[in-house]
Design a protein around this ligand. Structure first.
Ligand SMILES: Cc1cc2nc3c(=O)[nH]c(=O)nc-3n(C[C@H](O)[C@H](O)[C@H](O)COP(=O)(O)OP(=O)(O)OC[C@H]3O[C@@H](n4cnc5c(N)ncnc54)[C@H](O)[C@@H]3O)c2cc1C
Length: 394
């Protein structure tokens, strides 16, 4: 049985971030548009300075690239706190903690770090991650049709991508393109600048989430120098899969954080709102909803921390990350849904953060590998080759 009690240092960091979120971020949200994606510039500057004083600028970056070098468990505990506000799922603390988000560049060449990673960490550049295509996102090893063909020192890229978040505001995309045969070993990762000739953001796609709109992209003879290749040839899928598995841990932690905030609100509301002559909290139907919330949150929290512990130990954690993502996004959605119900009409009003959490948590069951794909990954580890007839490319 793993002991998930935070160390004194972790507890201190968690408390510091909790106070920052509750005292600095939550009060501002009363003044902001309910779907806001950024802070007013003055506030942004002020809060970034406070984060720097806390020593948490670029909080998720390793020490080698100038970040605080926190282990995965500590990052997970902090992500559970940072997400406990209205914009917490997709615009965690409005970005004032910085971070590249796209860990793909942490182990890239010195050239790529100088040109893209460090400016991103300094807040001078924005990147996006372009894997999914109109032909499908669940099974990219088969679906990716965007092709990169070698031409001297360059690669020439043609194709299209769909659902790529933030590309309209990004300076570059980490793009997975096919350089070889069908299947997972035919894919390679590149950094492609959005200003490159032939790179077009065809449209932004309105979805339930109002910030960081996903986009449709087309590539028409986009020329990229070979030094912009992030992975060895044919290793782009493996690199993306490793990064996606790691990314699932903070992604799941954010779901736990938001669910925790919603559950806290519903618990307090149940004590003060009266129906049929007594507080909601005395109605057994409501008590059971709160208990179900507690079960969903505690279960997801344990799965997420279990994955983080394994990642820190250098043990395989792909199955644990899939379990964490599955439990936290599905459980988090159930929690937010119950909290909306407990609040009645207020639950769907933009006066409270619940309706934004409800919309954005719905996306969490699809993004970063839908629920069914997580189930497939877990089943594969349980059943090995018996899980599917063909393991050729997935
Ligand atoms: C708001 C938003 C932002 C996104 N941002 C990005 C981004 O920045 N970069 C990026 O590359 N992608 C991004 N995506 C894409 C996302 O990763 C894909 O939507 C996701 O992987 C599913 O792919 P798909 O939509 O093509 O669905 P499909 O692959 O067509 O699958 C459809 C549905 O089938 C189900 N399914 C899949 N496999 C199985 C199975 N084996 N058994 C049973 N059911 C199955 C799943 O429920 C799935 O949702 C984003 C998506 C959204 C909605």
């Amino acid at each position: 049985m793993i002991d998930f009690t935070p160390t004194p240092e972790q507890a201190m960091l968690v408390e510091m971030v909790r106070r920052f979120v509750q005292e600095e971020i939550v009060p501002i949200e009363h003044e902001l548009d309910p779907d806001a994606g950024r802070l007013p510039p003055e506030k942004d500057k002020e809060l970034r300075a406070k984060v720097a004083q806390m020593g948490l600028t670029n909080w998720d970056a390793p020490a080698e690239v100038g970040g605080p070098g926190l282990d995965v468990v500590t990052q997970t505990l902090l992500a559970m706190e940072m997400s406990q506000h209205r914009a917490g799922l997709y615009t965690t603390c409005y970005g004032v903690f910085g971070g590249a988000g796209l860990a793909h560049l942490y182990e890239a060449s010195d050239y790529l770090k100088e040109r893209y990673l460090y400016p991103t960490l300094r807040g001078e550049m924005v990147g996006c991650f372009a894997l999914s295509e109109p032909s499908g996102g669940s099974d990219p090893a088969r679906a990716v049709q965007t092709r990169a063909v070698r031409d001297g020192e360059d690669w020439v890229i043609n194709g299209s991508k769909l659902w790529i978040s933030e590309a309209a505001n990004a300076d570059y995309a980490i793009l997975i393109a096919r350089t070889g045969d069908e299947g997972r070993d035919g894919l390679t990762a590149f950094v492609v600048e959005t200003a490159a000739a032939g790179f077009t953001v065809r449209r932004e796609v309105p979805v339930l989430r109002k910030v960081h709109k996903p986009t449709e992209l087309t590539f028409d003879d986009v020329r990229v120098p070979d030094r912009n290749r992030v992975s060895p040839e044919g290793a782009g899928f493996r690199m993306a899969a490793e990064r996606l598995a790691m990314r699932r841990i903070p992604y799941a932690a954010e779901c736990v954080g938001t669910a925790t905030a919603a559950h806290r609100m519903a618990t307090e509301y149940a004590k003060i709102r009266e129906v049929f002559g007594k507080p909601l909290a005395q109605q057994q139907g409501i008590q059971w909803m709160l208990v179900d919330n507690e079960i969903d949150i505690r279960t997801a929290r344990m799965f997420v921390l279990d994955a983080a512990v394994k990642a820190d130990r250098g043990e395989p954690f792909r199955t644990e990350a899939a379990l964490a993502k599955l439990a936290a996004s599905e459980g988090g959605f159930r929690v937010v849904d119950r909290c909306v119900q407990i609040h009645g009409g207020l639950g769907v009003a933009a006066d409270l953060p619940l309706e934004r959490w409800f919309r954005e948590m719905r996306i969490r069951r699809i993004g970063e590998g839908p629920t069914e794909v997580q189930r497939m990954l877990i089943a594969r580890d349980l059943l090995g080759k018996h899980a599917s007839a063909s393991r050729r490319s997935a």
